[in-house]
Design a protein around this ligand. Structure first.
Ligand SMILES: C[S@+](CC[C@H](N)C(=O)[O-])C[C@H]1O[C@@H](n2cnc3c(N)ncnc32)[C@H](O)[C@@H]1O
Ligand SMILES: C[S@@+](CC[C@H](N)C(=O)[O-])C[C@H]1O[C@@H](n2cnc3c(N)ncnc32)[C@H](O)[C@@H]1O
Ligand code: SF4
Length: 437
């Protein structure tokens, strides 16, 4: 089974509410050529681990800063970027994503310094997507222009909700008006390259109010929407509130209806679903996230960041799943001592890599095409791996799964059941690989 997929995968894999169907994205803007040596390029993820407060639902790796150590954080992020780029020996970085935590708490000069470091160690095209996640507070908004000048060309704005009561309940540090103003300013700077995150299935939320809320958002937003169903995460305040009966999540059929409405509203506004949680208009898909779903290499820098790359700089030939130390102070110490804070390295052998390619690739509405699969599995073709099994045939016959000349993919109905389809595919893959020794 998949042991190494990172938090984001786990969190957003579950389409519990028959969440995800929609139109087709026709053109693949993120296609790599067959001749590309995949170990020579990677995307870069940079984690800023601090937030001003803890949102009640969030269990991402984030800390409330005790003191202002942003200067030292910048130095260490720069140092670790250098070390890991050297270790990976990639010649080209195809996209950069500053996530968190709240990376819009970082000084724009930190972003500039990291991007300069990347450019010194590898080629970073002017056209490469450079995303920064922004909490839509007045402080975040006031820095957008400086981030833009530092090299950011895409903003991902954590709107979450346009209902002020809900924002307070969720522990957010901004109002709905501030969110709309931040979207406007981000669109002025990066037209066509602004994404919003919005969550539904919130306590006390009704379908009617969700419809109105999404409609307001769709009238103001740009060309990319990430739509998440609020997940109850163990260890969060919201989890406790629900356990103690102080809050309750909407029933499953209510959230399913919320999704149905969202889907049709998004479609009316010209958005096409291209992944389990993501919708784009004018083909404004997230290149960085596409590189995860396509099983490309990525380097993860900063506390708790995940990476997948071959450490060619030390003679490695096998891709590794790498995780950086979670706790910022410990991570800082490690980076100062040895240039990086890698806590865990796991070699991904052939089967494990294929498992990841499968799990990630099936999230895309386009699924896994034959070329994509053959890059990782030249010997065992898609038809050979999945076309002969009785269990897989049942999924094909039921219409949940499609395997044809184009690709292996979920149907719209099937995508909603991805969690239950994947185990069958994984078992079949394991069987086929083991049989072939
Ligand atoms: C799942 S949300 C997606 C946000 C938004 N929808 C977008 O794509 O612009 C992104 C979050 O996932 C986490 N994340 C993404 N890539 C990561 C990586 N390589 N290592 C660790 N965490 C990562 C970070 O917490 C980041 O804030
Ligand atoms: C880790 S946050 C980082 C971005 C930024 N700090 C923010 O909150 O806007 C990335 C995204 O993950 C989503 N997210 C976090 N916790 C979630 C949960 N429990 N259920 C669903 N989505 C969640 C939110 O939509 C959020 O925008
Ligand atoms: S949702 Fe964003 S701002 Fe809120 S605690 Fe999580 S990372 Fe921080």
């Amino acid at each position: 089974m998949i042991k190494h997929t990172f938090l984001m995968v786990r969190r957003f894999l579950s389409p519990r509410l028959r969440l995800f169907s929609g139109g087709h994205v026709t053109e693949d803007v993120c296609e790599w050529t067959d001749s590309t040596d995949l170990t020579k390029q990677a995307s870069l993820y940079v984690h800023w681990p601090y937030c001003l407060r803890r949102c009640s639902y969030c269990n991402f790796n984030k800390y409330i800063p005790r003191e202002n150590n942003y200067h030292i954080m910048t130095e260490c992020l720069q140092q670790e970027t250098e070390t890991l780029l050297q270790l990976s020996q990639v010649s080209s970085i195809t996209s950069v994503f500053f996530g968190g935590g709240t990376p819009s708490l970082a000084h724009p000069s930190t972003i500039a310094v990291i991007l300069e470091t990347v450019s010194k160690r590898a080629s970073l095209s002017d056209k490469a997507e450079v995303t920064l996640e922004v909490n839509p507070t007045p402080e975040g908004m006031s820095k957008l222009e400086d981030y833009y000048h530092a090299g950011v060309n895409r903003f991902s704005i954590g709107v979450q909700s346009l209902r002020d009561d809900d924002l307070i309940f969720l522990g957010r540090d901004h109002s709905s008006l501030q969110a709309l103003q931040t979207i406007e300013e981000a669109r002025r700077l990066c037209p066509g390259r602004v994404s919003v995150d919005v969550m539904f299935g919130r306590p006390k939320q009704s379908v009617e109010s969700w419809k109105r809320e999404l409609s307001e958002l769709l009238n103001m937003c740009d060309d990319h929407v990430s739509l998440y169903q609020l997940t109850l995460e163990r260890g969060t305040q919201l989890f406790k509130q629900v356990q103690q009966g102080k809050a309750s999540a909407p029933l499953e059929d209510v959230t399913a209806e919320m999704y149905e409405c969202a889907k049709s509203q998004l479609r009316q506004h010209g958005f096409l679903q291209y992944e389990v949680s993501n919708f784009a208009r004018h083909n404004a898909v997230s290149h960085h996230n596409m590189s995860y779903w396509k099983g490309r290499q990525y380097v993860g820098v900063g506390p708790g960041a995940h990476g997948r790359f071959v450490p060619r700089g030390e003679g490695g030939v096998i891709r590794e799943a790498r995780t950086q130390t979670l706790e910022p102070d410990v991570w800082i110490r490690e980076v100062k001592q040895r240039g990086h804070g890698t806590r865990r390295r796991i070699q991904l052998h052939h089967l494990e890599q294929l498992e990841e390619v499968l799990v990630m690739g099936m999230r895309m509405t386009k699924g896994i095409n034959h070329k994509h699969w053959e890059l990782f599995s030249p010997q065992l073709k898609l038809h050979e791996a999945f076309g002969t099994s009785i269990n897989v045939r049942e999924l094909l016959q039921s219409g949940q799964l499609i395997l044809d000349d184009r690709s292996l993919r979920c149907s719209w109905d099937g995508l909603a059941l991805l969690d239950s389809i994947l185990p069958t595919l994984l078992v079949e893959l394991q069987t086929q690989i083991l049989q072939r020794g």
